[in-house]
Design a protein around this ligand. Structure first.
Ligand code: HPA
Length: 271
C-alpha cells in the first residue's frame, strides 16, 4: 500500500511541479462550488493518477484541483469516495494519505448531513466537534502502515479545538449562524428509518451522514489537524421527518454552499 501511495504521490508531484499544497479540502455532496473561488494552478482527474479510485456518484465529479484559496496553496478533492459505492476503506482514504505525502498540513472536510438535533434548521452549518463511527469498518484495520502513524492512534481530540474556536469567531464576524455538534457516520446508501433516527439521537449524535469519519480517522492516524463542517440538508427529528430525494439534499446544500465556502476560505486565510 505504501508503494502505491508513493507512486500516486510521485505522479502528482511531477504534474504540479513545485506547487506544494499546505491545506487539503474534501468537498461533500452538492458542495463543490468552493472551487470557483480558487485561483487554479493545476487540475488532475482521478482516473489519471495511478491507483486512485474513480468516483461513481453522479453528484460528484472526480478531480484534484490545486490552486490558491485566500492566497494560500490548497489541494481540493472535488468528489470523494464512499464505502457504499463498494470501495474498500483503504480506497476511501487513499487520497487523504496522498495529500499528506504531498505535504498537506491541515485537512478541511465538508459533508451533507441529516439533522438530528431539534434546534437545527435545514441549510444551517454544523461544525463537527466529535464523531461516532457506525461504518462497518475503518481504514486502520489490517497491518499498520508504520510509515504513516501509530497502531493505536489516540482519538480523544479528533477535531482541532483551535480551528473550532476560530470558526466560531469567523461565524460572528461574517454573520453566519454556526451550530456545533457530533456527527455520526453510517454506511448508507439508504437513508434511515424513523427508529434509526431516534436511535442515533439517543446515542448522542446531532447530525448523520455517510462519509467523513473514514477520512478523518486516516488524517488523525497521520497526525493531521482536522476541521470538518456538515451542511444540514434535511431534518430527521420525529416531528419534521419527510421523504427526501437526492434533489432535495442538493437544493439545501446549494443554499448553504456560499456560507460554507466563506467560512472555510476565511479559516484558511487566518491559519
Ligand atoms: N442520513 C444519512 N445521510 C444523509 C442524510 C440523512 O438523513 N442527509 C444527508 N445525508
Amino acid at each position: 500500500m505504501i508503494l502505491q501511495l508513493q507512486e500516486a504521490t510521485d505522479y502528482i508531484q511531477q504534474r504540479i511541479e513545485n506547487f506544494a499544497p499546505e491545506f487539503g479540502i474534501i468537498l461533500g455532496t452538492g458542495l463543490g462550488a468552493l472551487v470557483n473561488e480558487l485561483e487554479v494552478n493545476h487540475t488532475i482527474s482521478y482516473d489519471e493518477i495511478p491507483y486512485f479510485p474513480v468516483s461513481t456518484v453522479e453528484s460528484h465529479s472526480g478531480k484534484l484541483i490545486f490552486g490558491l484559496l485566500a492566497g494560500r496553496r490548497v489541494v481540493v478533492m472535488q468528489g470523494r469516495f464512499h464505502y457504499y459505492e463498494g470501495y474498500s476503506m483503504e480506497q476511501v482514504v487513499f487520497p487523504v494519505r496522498v495529500m499528506r505525502l504531498l505535504g498537506v498540513q491541515k485537512l478541511f472536510v465538508s459533508n451533507a448531513a441529516g439533522g438530528l438535533n431539534p434546534d437545527f434548521t435545514t441549510s444551517e452549518l454544523m461544525i463537527i466537534t466529535d464523531h461516532i463511527n457506525l461504518q462497518p469498518s475503518n481504514p486502520l484495520i489490517g497491518k499498520n502502515l508504520d510509515e504513516l502513524g501509530l497502531r493505536f492512534p489516540d482519538m480523544s481530540d479528533v477535531y482541532d479545538e483551535h480551528m473550532v474556536r476560530e470558526a466560531m469567531v469567523i461565524g460572528d464576524d461574517l454573520g453566519i449562524t454556526l451550530q456545533e455538534g457530533v456527527y455520526v457516520s453510517v454506511p448508507g446508501p439508504m437513508l434511515e428509518t424513523p427508529a434509526e433516527y431516534r436511535y442515533l439521537r439517543v446515542i448522542g449524535a446531532d447530525a448523520v451522514g455517510m462519509s467523513t469519519v473514514p477520512e478523518v480517522i486516516a488524517a488523525r492516524h497521520m497526525g493531521m489537524p482536522v476541521f470538518a463542517v456538515s451542511v444540514i440538508t434535511d431534518m430527521c427529528t420525529p416531528d419534521r421527518l419527510k421523504k427526501v430525494k437526492l434533489a432535495d439534499i442538493l437544493e439545501a446544500a446549494a443554499i448553504a454552499e456560499p456560507r460554507m465556502t466563506a467560512l472555510i476560505a476565511e479559516l484558511i486565510r487566518r491559519s
